[in-house]
Design a binder for this molecule. Structure first.
Ligand code: FAD
Ligand code: PYC
Length: 414
């Protein structure tokens, strides 16, 4: 069923009791052309573009919990493409541009809000870094600019630009960056996958990867054995666990990254601000809550909560730049397990196991990448080889020392 204003009016006549389920409770079939492990944004987008762009529709998406319950439903939803290196700018900008029309494409309101993202420069070092990024972005066709403190204040009046420790010296500004509703992105893709006849199977944990003669043959799950011709592992913080099942190792560390929200207040900020020196980032949700995030834990773990230290540090850091938040009550806090690579760039790659592919390593910054990453991963799974968007993100770069260093653009201290 197409969602529309007309349909809402029609459904109102029957008390809104006639809406069909957005996706069903599928029972696994014995075999699929492709299985995607992980129903986060990246897994669902991979399945969607497999169907839409490549006509591969006999697909199951297996999720051990509920869809979007991993990092996709836990992030602070910042979307931008102001990365330094060419391969990163290409995939993040592809993604950002797909976000522009995603609601129309999925016929599902993902609430993309291109309100503008600024990354504050609060040291001379950051000024030089962001000037360099702005120049690189100009060459890459990504629209960003370096703006002076007066413009920062104009765009975001609640910022204290004068200090005390770190005055604002300018900012890297991307006017078409912004936010989207995170779980709506997962729900929108899931609904379209189901519409194409794919099986979205929740509460179905993959516990083993089966293979013969060096090629994947299927997976063992808590709902039984399922065969497949191709397997895509898209499980973010659990990538190392799945890679272990498939018989290879990854250069990934899993750590907790956390966020918190304040009580709702009246609209006071209509841009997204990342303050990477004092270390915190903030935006205001449509409900009025201030959405706040800080750094990742300094140790590896799988607990989806994060340490208390970071809550205090993040809020303390932000109070310097936004003194008005000192009077806010914080409502709730949560964490997600992010998958970090050494160069802070993702892995979209074939693996040592034949017909088994992996998408991971988005670390602290993969929400913004969901549509572009799904597009690129689907292309790789369908053709057996990475296409132009994914070509530089192969696992072999770690062996060859061909890093794509994005530790500054990642914006989150780790
Ligand atoms: P996930 O959404 O984590 O999905 C992976 C899924 O795999 C999970 O649902 C999990 O249950 C499932 N799974 C795991 N093991 C198995 C198994 N054995 N069998 C079946 N299923 C399995 N990015 C941004 O761009 N902007 C931000 O502002 C931003 N803020 C963030 C803030 C926080 C607090 C966190 C934690 C992350 C943030 N990120 C941000 C990063 C972003 O959330 C992630 O990079 C992105 O969501 C990863 O998506 P995914 O689909 O790969 O992973
Ligand atoms: O990648 O923009 C980002 C981000 C902000 C907060 C966490 N990640």
């Amino acid at each position: 069923m197409r969602y529309s204003a007309f349909e809402i009016a029609r459904q109102a006549l029957s008390g809104h009791k006639g809406w069909p389920r957005a996706w069903g409770d599928a029972t696994p079939k014995p075999r699929y052309d492709a299985i995607v492990v992980g129903a986060g944004g990246h897994g669902l987008a991979t399945a969607y573009y497999l169907g839409k762009n490549h006509g591969v529709r006999n697909v199951a998406i297996l999720e051990k919990g509920w869809l979007g319950g991993g990092n996709t439903g836990r992030n602070t939803t910042i979307i931008r493409s102001n990365y330094l290196q060419d391969p990163s700018a290409a995939i993040y900008e592809k993604s950002r541009s797909l976000y522009e029309t995603l609601s129309q494409e999925l016929n599902y309101n993902v609430m993309f809000s291109p309100r503008g993202v600024m990354m504050l420069a609060q040291t001379e070092h950051e000024v030089r870094g962001y000037l360099r990024t702005a120049q690189a972005n100009a060459l890459q066709g990504v629209q960003t600019e370096f703006i002076p403190p007066a413009r920062v204040k104009e765009l975001c009046p609640i910022i204290e630009t004068r200090g005390p420790r770190y005055p604002v010296l300018g900012a890297l500004w991307q006017a078409r960056g912004g936010t989207a509703r995170h779980d709506a992105v997962a729900w929108g893709y899931a609904r379209k996958c189901a519409e194409m006849g794919m099986d979205v199977i929740q509460q179905c944990e993959v516990t083993a990867v089966r293979s013969r003669n060096g090629k994947v043959t299927g997976v063992t799950t808590t709902k039984g054995e399922i065969d497949c011709a191709k397997l895509a592992i898209v499980v973010a913080g659990h990538s190392g666990v799945l890679a272990d099942m498939a018989g290879f190792r990854l250069p990934i560390e899993s750590v907790a990254l956390q966020a918190l929200v304040s009580e709702p207040i009246k609209p006071c900020m209509d841009v997204v601000v990342m303050a990477n020196t004092v270390h915190g980032y903030m935006s205001q949700s449509d409900k009025g809550e201030m959405v706040i995030g800080g750094g990742a834990d300094g140790y590896n773990n799988y607990s989806q909560r994060g340490s208390f230290l970071h809550i205090e540090e993040t809020v303390r850091a932000l109070v310097e730049t936004f003194p008005m938040i000192s009077r806010l009550k914080m409502l709730r806090q949560w964490g997600g397990i992010v998958d970090m690579t050494g160069d802070r760039s993702p892995i979209i790659s074939k693996t040592p196991l034949g017909n088994c592919f992996i998408n991971c390593g988005w670390g602290t910054g993969g929400f913004k990448a969901i549509p572009g990453s799904g597009w690129a991963t689907a292309e790789m799974v369908a053709n057996g080889e990475p296409g132009p968007l994914a070509a530089e993100f192969g696992l072999e770069r770690f062996r060859e020392g061909r890093f794509i260093d994005e530790s500054v653009a990642a914006g989150v201290a780790h």
